[in-house]
Design a protein around this ligand. Structure first.
Ligand code: DX5
Ligand code: ZN
Length: 218
């Protein structure tokens, strides 16, 4: 299969130097920039909103892969699109009108993603496969970086890979990814790997480069 893409999560970055951190992971080989938006309602943590994404947009030309852990969703989609998101991913659990929300993302000219929590069976997304460009499988319960990879999700990843078939949909895995779990996720069918704490540990561009390479090579 094609080599996996690496999407470092800026939730684990130094928020006091977020622009510099994004430049650093860009230079260190990040393929995408994963932006974890948390509202303190859908998940028990608050991170940042569209104004922060707008503020750092100019610091990298790489894809801004925006993961919205918010509910309700629709009212905020235009703000994230205008802020510079390239992919906007929403939780299937965030509300009753997933099909409409995904259509709205595409109507804003952005790529649409759907994501599900560990306890959510994959059949919840079987009716929206033609509405998405990305499926994001959570391998931790959303809300925090630095958690452990939930290995029971590997079978779900395999089933979703089969569900995708030959559709032009990327499969992204998010949570607890490190060189060991990256190998498991990739062999189960992941195209894109999110990694926060496993990338940002060392706080130097050299450590970022080494960490990204170690995950990619897994
Ligand atoms: C969790 C976020 C993940 C998290 C990844 O709610 O969606 O992207 O920041 O961080 P690590 O790689 O440390 O689990
Ligand atoms: Zn995420």
């Amino acid at each position: 299969s094609n080599p996996v893409l690496i999407a470092p999560s800026i939730l684990s970055a130094d928020f006091a130097r977020l622009g510099e951190e994004i430049e650093a992971i860009d230079a260190a080989g990040a393929d995408w920039i994963h932006c974890d938006v948390m509202d303190g309602h859908f998940v028990p943590n608050i991170s940042f909103g569209p104004d922060v994404i707008k503020a750092v947009r100019s610091r990298s030309k790489k894809i801004f892969d925006v993961h919205l852990m918010i509910a309700p969703v629709d009212a905020y989609l235009e703000a994230f699109a205008k802020a510079g998101a390239d992919i906007i991913t929403i939780h299937a659990e965030a509300g009753p009108h997933l099909d409409r929300s995904l259509q709205l993302i595409r109507s804003l000219g952005k790529r649409a993603g759907v994501t599900i929590c560990p306890a959510t069976p994959e059949n919840i997304i079987e009716q929206v496969l033609d509405r998405v460009d990305l499926i994001l499988v959570m391998t931790v319960n959303p809300g925090f970086g630095g958690q452990s990879f939930i290995r029971s999700q590997l079978e779900k990843i395999r089933r979703i890979r089969a569900m995708i078939g030959d559709r032009p949909i990327r499969l992204e895995v998010d949570g607890g990814v490190n060189p060991e779990t990256a190998a498991l996720a990739a062999s189960a069918g992941a195209d894109v790997l999110v990694a926060g704490s496993a990338v940002f540990g060392g706080r130097t561009i050299e450590s970022y480069r080494a960490n990204i390479s170690a995950i990619r090579a897994a």
